[in-house]
Design a protein around this ligand. Sequence first.
Ligand code: 3HC
Length: 692
Amino acid sequence: MQADPVRLERSGDIGLILVNHPPVNALSHAVRLGLIEALAAFEADGSLRAAVLACDGRTFIAGADINEFSQAPEQGEPLLHVFLRALDACQKPVVAALHGTALGGGFEVALACHARVIAPDGYVGFPEVRIGLLPGAGGTQRTPRLVGPLVALDLVTSGRHVPADEAMALGLVDEVATDLRRAAVARAGQLAAAGLLPRVADRTIPAFDRAAFEAALALVHRRARGALAPVRAADAVTFALTSPLQDGMAYETALFRELLAGPQSRALRHLFRAERIAARPPHGVAPRPVRRVGVVGGGTMGSGISVALTDAGLDVTLVEVSPTAADAARQRVQAVYDRQLRTGRLSERLHEERTGRVRYESDLRALRDCDLVIEAVIEDLDAKRAVFRALSGIVRRDTVLASNTSYLDVNLLADEVDAPERVLGMHFFSPAHVMRLLEIVRPARALPEALATSLAVARRLRKQAVVAGVCDGFIGNRILAKSRAQAEYALEDGALPADVDAALEAYGMAMGIFAVLDMAGLDVDWADRRRKAAIRDPRQRVVPVFEQICEKGRFGQKTGRGFYLYRDGQRLPDPDVTTLVEAASAARGITRRTVPPEEIQQRVHAAMVNEGANVLSDGIAARPADIDVVLVHGYGYPAWRGGPMHEADEIGLREILHRVEALHDASGLGWEPAPLLVELARTRKTFADLNR
Ligand code: 3HC
């Protein structure tokens, strides 16, 4: 810990209150104290007419110190509010100079200053909802006064980072300046010379469209899907419309404390930490430089991966089997960018730049100069082996070779190449340019440099990386297979696909299991299920409905039928599927019953946790928290529950073990309680104990 995180300097007759508290200048106890003291010193110094509040390092204050949230409340003194009150009472102007990410409490400090200047590449925002909180230092009260309730509602409920030019257009800042410090000093001087002391606190709420606000509120409630923080943040903005600032601040503080003490913020803060630890590269290992990336295969995955790479500024060579197939891949990539151009998400310039950065080829030798090659051909071991074998004779010996396989043994692919220690898996999720999760599959032989390189690429792509070991399905698909099996058993017990999906969506899942299957295409999983069926113990409980649907050529949304019927853009129950499900129950001699939503939720969750424990014992995931990150970012598990393993700790592992035992009783072979779960429950430990 550094001695003096805040200091007062001078630039002529302008004071410079400077924060230097790496890595992100968070408002830790010492920083709050330092700010209060520096402001007092500035006020007391009659030779200083105005001040600039700025930060050293990579960013302006990025918010409260998240690590302090778990401490006892009395350790929080002095509160940030003390500094904000001092700023409000200050009789000389203070200008905030924002660079990097001025977020949360950091932007709240800026809003209490008398003006805000931002660097062109800076961002502002209130990401508190992402950790289950709301802006707790006036953000929900000052923002509607400054820019109106509609913008305020958007910012505090979405948590999005607003770039400098948009912040300027919205009125969140007063100036965008390349020479930030100089511009802020000049503005501070001008305010002092004019005798101006503009304060957001003195403003009243500007006129706004009430109906639009109500509609936006309704949307926030609809989108929350069980998350409390956006709803509370919206409450606080609504409160601001009819209340004086001080009352609003008190209301906001009460809501903030309630959220901070609650399970959702605990869960989201667990994820915040887990995401960063999961993506950490091996200590002291430098990644290899990556400029040009080869992608083999230009289907849905290959083209999505190419878009993700180009979005991140990398050059791509995409290789298909023939010029015609390469052209089809070009059209797929082009279609994504054209849509972005049409919907205004991409400028003409960026459209041209990104589409121009992909080379399309039909000969693997075009990958000679690539630093990394990602294979994304069909999910067939022989096909993938052939690609790796061929690549081995073409690329440099230090080129990292990655497979986008979802299930297959990456070791067998490594066996095909010269220098197998540069081979690993990079398992993207579809659509690859949208989904955040990237499982990095690490074969035992993989070099730390290869791992570091793939993690660095993941970071560049703004993906959430998690390292997994080699097994069938890695972390995510292996756990999904078990939770899906429970969903299918629920069908046989008496539920219909819509009942299962409704239960899971009520739990907070982004989509129900059967709706997801239909969307992805049942044929994708069918091949894998056939492969598994061939090696499965015949005594295991299996529901035949999936296969029966596929045998009719119904592969989900794209064929108009799957677990559901798709008509006029609507997902409807399919009577044929009901017949199949009822027949499956009859064949097993099950009297169909109503399966309550809670039972479905608990069975699916218990299945995830039990398999998660096996995944840990097998060394496929290094930490329980890694499993949480995978399920949240790749499988729609509600983030506010923190992931299945965190949720299991919250419920208690003895209770979870009872639930798993019930699954075992009902479903038999393959559902034995995981030894690790049994051990943790017996010794009254938690999964969190293994995260340390
Ligand atoms: N408190 C404590 N540590 C923080 C932090 C914070 N607010 N924000 C980031 N850090 C730490 C990270 O844990 C990480 O530590 P590590 O190196 O040990 O893993 C380090 O800073 C760097 O963070 P990132 O790896 O995330 O760096 P990036 O450059 O990718 O991102 C960032 C920087 C955009 C600032 C990102 O870290 C971020 O979004 N931070 C959270 C910001 C936030 O949520 N602010 C609101 C806090 S709540 C609040 O302000 C309440 C107020 O309203 C009263």
